[in-house]
Design a binder for this molecule. Structure first.
Ligand code: F6R
Ligand code: MG
Ligand code: MG
Length: 386
């Protein structure tokens, strides 16, 4: 077959184009509308294969093709699929129809227009497993902890210690989503520098991971921050990630392992609360309690001559029952804080806030009783270099 030796590209592109019963779940008719557009793209030879799915209120398009990342035809196809799905969402009166499509006209690249994008290009191996993670009610930095553990933590990934093909470690491309800058750091040599950055999950986000020995792409995360793009609240940037598995990459079980710890992530109700990231099967890929708790699904595929074989619903397993139970306990615990930090996010990260209005209203009722502090608390240097 012509082109068989060319590299394969996996594109996972997602958007919230409206959902059923508030921000709860994607309607099947919108998925069908998107699938019809992708089926036409496949018939025309633009893409090799596709799988349309959802997590919570986010419509997910998983596509394979040979056009490379950031290709206008592929992004255009995804845009058309979201547009058609939005028409259906509007007709059905679904909630927040078209919310993530920030513009009316497509101009060649879907990045910066609302949808989240994770894409990677590689030469297909004889047998090539990948895992696609999709999360709802959280932000791209939610993947910092698990991706770090998969590719840099020997207590998570045995292969880093005992598999010669992983032993040299991985390179982390980290994005400052406020400045739009990228820095590449090596693990294990620069572990502490990596952690110094990615612990600030709202700002420094792992974008890509490469295997150090040969620069092979190992993982990619969507890093779009819709609220930063739009400059106003338009929903959380529920992230997606693609991770390559086995034969020189972490095993599928090593890739799933960090999700056995339901760590706290930003998002949840009104994009303004911390809550546990609960790993769920597709059956439970919909948010309810306090619009959450935030959840993540993992779909496993084999890529075979570009075809998507699968998926395997990887968190559909009693092995993840205890993490889910722990997530429920954490949910109860965090909820009891009500409107208090650290359940509620800090003022600079909240997606909804009445604080400016409250401050304005109370302006004349604040009485000066002490000299104001010389500096804003956030600018005070805690320990001077000696
Ligand atoms: C969070 C989310 C929901 C909404 C909440 C209020 O990402 O989508 O928690 O923020 O349901 O939604 P509106 O303002 O549309 O009533
Ligand atoms: Mg929504
Ligand atoms: Mg969502």
């Amino acid at each position: 077959m012509a082109g068989e030796n060319k590299k394969i590209t996996i594109s996972v592109i997602k958007a919230d184009i409206g959902s059923l019963a508030g921000h709860h779940k994607v309607h099947p008719d919108t998925m069908a509308a998107a699938a019809r557009v992708l089926a036409e793209g496949k018939r025309k030879g633009l893409i090799i294969d596709f799988y349309v799915t959802h997590v919570g209120d986010d419509l997910q398009l998983i596509m394979t093709h040979r056009k490379g990342v950031d290709h206008p035809d592929i992004h255009g196809l995804a845009w058309d699929a979201f547009k058609k799905a939005t028409e259906v969402a509007k007709d059905l009166g679904l909630y927040a129809a078209g919310q993530d499509l920030l513009s009316d006209a497509f101009s060649g690249n879907i990045r910066g227009m609302g949808p989240g994008v994770a894409e990677m290009e590689f030469t297909e191996r004889k047998s090539d497993p990948i895992v696609v993670f999709m999360a709802d009610k959280t932000e791209p930095g939610a993947f910092n902890l698990p991706i770090f553990r998969i590719f840099a933590d020997p207590f998570n990934t045995a292969g880093l210690v005992i598999d010669p093909r992983l032993h040299e470690g991985f390179k982390f491309e980290i994005m400052d989503v406020y400045e739009g800058k990228i820095v590449t750091l090596n693990a294990p040599e620069e572990l502490y520098d990596i952690l110094a950055l990615i612990g600030t999950t709202g700002r420094y986000v792992i974008k890509r991971v490469y295997r150090k020995s040969d620069d092979e792409i190992a993982a990619v995360v969507s890093t779009e921050r819709l609220n930063l793009i739009a400059g106003r609240y338009v929903g959380k940037d529920d992230p997606v990630a693609i991770v390559r598995a086995q034969s020189g990459f972490p095993a599928v079980g090593e890739i799933l392992e960090p999700f056995a710890f339901p760590h706290l992530v930003a998002g949840w109700m009104r994009g303004s609360h911390y809550g546990p990231l609960m790993p769920v099967s597709m059956r439970d890929a919909k948010c309810t309690r306090f619009d959450g708790p935030p959840r993540v699904v993992a779909l496993g595929f084999q890529i075979t001559k570009g075809r998507l074989i699968g998926p395997a619903d990887l968190f559909d397993d009693p092995a993840f029952d205890e993490p889910r139970r722990l997530a429920q306990l954490i949910t109860d615990y965090m909820r009891r804080h009500g409107p208090f930090m650290p359940h509620r996010l800090g003022p600079e990260e909240m997606e909804y806030t009445t604080l400016p209005e409250v401050l304005e209203k109370l302006k004349n009722r604040f009485k000066q009783v002490e000299q104001p502090a010389k500096k804003e608390p956030s600018t005070i240097v805690t320990k001077e270099a000696e």
